[in-house]
Design a protein around this ligand. Structure first.
Ligand code: HEC
Ligand code: HEC
Length: 352
């Protein structure tokens, strides 16, 4: 893996890229939300596989920066993907769209006093672990296959999680605890019988998870690299041809080709060359959807070919080895290995 595709470049293509731009080139937040988020969080943010995003208690407890960083980082090892391929502009457009669901500015609680994380650990074990997991890694199940606890309409998020900890400030955590989130099982601290001191203690315990993250703490799902990436020795057009041949040679049908502009030049073709090729075979797609309907996000199969500013042609695909952890579904083990072999073979045709 490392030698062949391990080339780290700053762009990580995670989900295939779908731009939403209005006629003026300003990214269209509603459209970007519909394409990238609605399948999990609901058309109007009322929740589904993902937690609700339109609840007043949620929107008044988090900042735009929190929303921005959550979209950027996702929640590694949880279902929430990272959207590294969206530009800052596009990400901000989605944030604005989410903001439209509730009036007014967020009102964060004041900063607390530094708490005692060891006391916080006991409080966590007594009051929080039954939902957020003993180590704070989050509740299990998704609701898709009704695998979550039946008395829980919303799966408790992972708190011992690099994505959450990077996005949430101390004040956001404190506000969430003090306020709770009406409409979800997350109650205000007072209702859980906690004092202000307890809140600060458990808050500093949650912060202390950060220390464990370097050695793999809450981050198990990130083990496989998110994307398979290779640099082609050929120019753009020839790379496209070679990739198409490689796809057909493996008995896959090319379903469609989707050229993208880079979202910066307004619809004119002057920008970089960028193409997504969708392919697959129907039987295989149906099998995967039966195993886990969320695989629909990554189907049909797709490979992205892009000419970078420096003229290099880069070919990339999502790394199927991530699916098993991403969706917490061991049944995806076998098929994701098969898909990994297929993608590797196709990219291998244009590896230097
Ligand atoms: C009955 C289950 C339950 C209990 C008990 C519970 N939580 Fe939660 N918690 C949830 C759910 C569900 C959410 C997601 C709410 C939403 O959709 O906005 C949540 C959200 C949170 C969040 C925000 C996380 C995020 O990603 O936005 C924090 C922080 C949190 N809980 C901390 C705690 C702490 C600390 C305790 C113990 C004092 C606790 N929770 C007890 C179910 C619970
Ligand atoms: C494949 C399903 C999926 C997709 C697609 C998805 N999310 Fe999520 N999202 C989740 C889940 C599940 C969580 C809860 C994380 C956990 O369980 O630890 C979450 C959590 C979040 C949170 C934190 C909520 C909180 O209570 O603090 C935000 C914000 C969020 N998602 C926004 C988005 C946005 C915006 C998009 C589109 C750009 C998106 N998500 C796409 C599944 C998804």
């Amino acid at each position: 893996m490392k030698t062949r595709f391990g080339r780290t470049i700053s762009m990580v293509v995670f989900l295939s890229i779908a731009w939403g731009s209005s006629a003026f080139g300003e990214p269209d937040g509603a459209r970007l939300y519909a394409i990238n988020c609605a399948a999990c969080h609901g058309d109007r943010g009322d929740g589904g596989i993902g937690v609700p995003l339109s609840l007043p208690d949620f929107l008044s407890s988090v900042t735009d920066e929190y929303l921005f960083l959550t979209i950027r980082h996702g929640r590694p090892g949880r279902i929430m993907p990272s959207f590294q391929h969206l530009s800052d502009q596009q990400t901000r457009a989605i944030v604005r769209h989410i903001r439209n669901w509730a009036a007014g500015e967020p009102k964060l609680a004041a900063k607390g006093t530094p708490g005692d994380p060891r006391r916080g650990r006991d409080i966590f074990a007594r009051h929080c672990a039954r939902c957020h997991g003993p180590l704070g890694k989050g509740g299990t199940g998704t609701g898709v296959n009704f695998t979550r606890l039946h008395d829980q309409p919303v799966v408790a998020p992972g708190l011992n999680n690099a994505g959450f900890l990077a996005a949430a400030s101390d004040r956001i955590i404190r506000t969430t605890l003090l306020k709770g989130r009406r409409g979800t099982p997350m109650q205000p601290a007072a209702k859980m019988g906690l004092s202000i001191q307890d809140v600060d203690d458990v808050g500093s315990y949650i912060r202390s998870f950060e220390k464990g993250l370097e050695n793999g703490g809450g981050n198990s799902g990130a083990a496989a690299e998110p994307a398979l990436i290779t640099t082609s020795p050929l120019p753009f057009a020839e790379t496209v041809e070679r990739i198409k041949q490689a796809i057909s040679a493996r008995h896959q049908r090319i379903i469609r080709e989707h050229p993208l502009d880079d979202g910066l030049s307004t619809g004119r073709a002057g920008g970089r060359k960028h193409l997504v090729i969708y392919f697959g075979n129907i039987r295989h797609i149906n099998t995967l959807l039966t195993i886990d309907p969320r695989m629909g996000l990554f189907l049909p199969n797709r490979v992205t070919i892009m000419e970078q500013n420096d003229g290099k042609v880069v070919v990339s695909a999502v790394n199927p080895l991530r699916f098993r952890n991403l969706f917490n579904n061991a049944n995806l083990e076998h098929t994701s290995r098969e898909m990994h072999e297929l993608y590797s073979a196709i990219l291998g045709e244009v590896s230097e």
